[in-house]
Design a protein around this ligand. Structure first.
Ligand SMILES: [Zn+2]
Length: 405
């Protein structure tokens, strides 16, 4: 930084201390060399009066010069490591899938993302901002942000905000990046290119130098695997909002009309109920563990999305149990013979009211009916050890492959 740095009123600096920033980057990349390409790709821009350091969706770091001025190089370096991990782990994109309805949900999501990041680095990693970990949400460590979000308790009055790179909702002062130049940040496909580069660096790094959670993340990037829970959540949310005809839940804003028209009785907008039937393939070839995991996931996702009416059928060559489940314990899985899921689909459609959505959990070794049922169909295709792959599910089904992780 040059002599005579410009100063704002109240003696708050307007420019960033470039020497300290360089030291912070050096500290971070010495300690975590595999993050270097991400950390050096992220421009750090001055944000006077912000009071903190955040990262946006385009990997631009916005830092309050006063905060930078009073932080040590290690604290600032730790902050860059933390913020970079938000964007590497795509917490913004994953927030879209979760669907954050209001500010409180946004803070809880950032807390959950922080907890996921806390598992990636040694606990003594210092930061400019306070860190949140799994224990702060009443959770065991080692979970995904989505799990911390769903299972964790909401921290009272949390105002945690690491920027739109952590939750996807740009601040009002945050313009899109210029097309080129030093401040352009990282956009589009370049983000994935850097993610893969970092993943490759992690895969090459000394095992002892990388946490298990980061190594898992890197392996998934390199193998092109998608987390089935996230994909299933996205599919379910899309179908449920289409079927219910509701405006996308995540963009809902509180209505101010009621306050303005307090003498008038406004018609209340009720979301129509979505009837869901879950059909479990309980034939011998299906792994019970994986089936139970998938059922729990589907039920959790549907309930989190506000679906009250879920009917679960266990099916092999006949429909063995029809249960209107309230809790997972009520689910009766009977079977163990051959499979014909067509029987299960017919049985499900015969219920009154008929379901709007059928979720089929199967390893795929089943004949399928030619004709599509008069409902949306999601097939959660459970992984198997069978040497011969199952037949393709029909084109009218949306398929989400489910593996053992
Ligand atoms: Zn954070």
């Amino acid at each position: 930084m040059t002599e005579g740095t410009e100063r704002a009123q109240g003696d708050r600096p307007l420019d960033l201390d470039a020497t300290k920033l360089a030291a912070a980057r050096l500290w971070a990349t010495n300690r975590f060399p595999y993050l270097a390409s991400a950390i050096f790709a992220s421009p750090v821009l001055p944000a006077p009066e912000l009071g903190r350091v955040v990262i946006d969706r385009w990997w631009r770091v916005h830092a309050d010069p006063a905060v930078v001025g009073s932080a040590t190089a290690a604290e600032l370096g730790g902050e860059l490591v933390h913020l970079t991990t938000h964007v590497l782990r795509d917490h913004a994109g994953r927030a879209d899938t979760v669907g954050l309805a209001d500010e409180a949900e946004r803070h809880h999501w950032v807390d959950s993302g922080d907890a996921e990041i806390a598992d990636d680095y040694p606990s003594e990693l210092e930061r400019v901002s306070a860190s949140v970990e799994g224990a702060d949400l009443g959770c065991e460590n080692g979970r995904l942000a989505e799990e911390y979000y769903r299972l964790g308790s909401v921290r009272d009055g949390s105002t945690n905000d690491c920027g739109s790179g952590a939750h996807g909702q740009p601040a009002s002062w945050e313009p899109p990046p210029p097309d080129s130049g030093d401040d352009a940040g990282v956009t589009g496909r370049d983000q994935d290119v850097i993610r893969r580069r970092v993943a490759a660096e992690i895969a090459d790094a000394d095992r002892a130098a990388v946490s298990d959670s980061l190594r898992r993340w890197a392996d998934d990037r390199l193998e092109g695997r998608v987390d089935w829970r996230a994909e299933l959540a996205a599919r379910l949310r899309r179908v449920v909002s289409t079927v219910s005809g509701a405006v996308d839940y995540s963009y809902r804003r509180p209505s101010r009309r009621a306050a303005a028209l307090h003498d008038v009785v406004l018609p209340s907008l009720r979301r129509p109920t979505v009837e869901v039937a879950v059909i479990c393939d309980t034939s011998a070839s299906v792994s019970d563990d994986l089936l139970a995991t998938a059922v729990a996931e589907v039920e959790g996702l549907l309930r989190a999305g506000g679906t009250r009416s879920i009917r679960v059928l266990a099916c092999d060559d006949a429909v063995r149990a029809t249960t209107r489940v309230v809790a997972l314990d009520d689910l009766v899985l009977i079977g163990g013979g051959g499979t014909d899921l067509g029987v299960g689909l017919d049985a499900a459609m015969a219920n009154r009211p008929p379901p709007d959505l059928l979720v089929v959990l199967t390893d795929g070794y089943t004949p399928w009916p030619d004709e599509a049922p008069r409902a949306e169909v999601i097939v959660a295709l459970l992984a198997t050890d069978e040497p011969v792959p199952p037949p393709e599910p029909p084109a009218w089904a949306r398929v989400v492959p489910v593996d053992r992780r």
